[in-house]
Design a protein around this ligand. Sequence first.
Ligand SMILES: [Cu+2]
Length: 132
Amino acid sequence: MKYRLVFAFAPLLFAVACATADPIDTSSAEPVIVIDMQPNLRFAPSPQTISVGDTVEFRNVSSFGHTVSTRPSTPEETASTAFPAGAESFDSGNIPAGGVYKKTFTVPGTYTYFCDPHHGAGMIGTIIVKAS
Ligand SMILES: [Cu+2]
């Protein structure tokens, strides 16, 4: 009888244990800097200074898609894109509403990036990566 009771409540106990566990294990995670892609077509904060090796998490907090890119496809984008020698260009592709794109910066210098669909509206951001 006792055992049957335990089995009956096992799923419930499991659910409670899961609910009370820390949902994000931060014990071994690298530092994460958050930059929002905002509904007003701005990256924020920008400029953002980080340390080499840091990971930036770009969060789309608007209700439509954005990109994070240093890979220009127009002369205008080329003119407002920059990244240090030795670094590779990057392009997140479309990040849907509520989506996230993570990038780790391993080469120090200044990165000027843009959102492809909203470049013309001035959605351009700057990240300064300091050498450690
Ligand atoms: Cu955008």
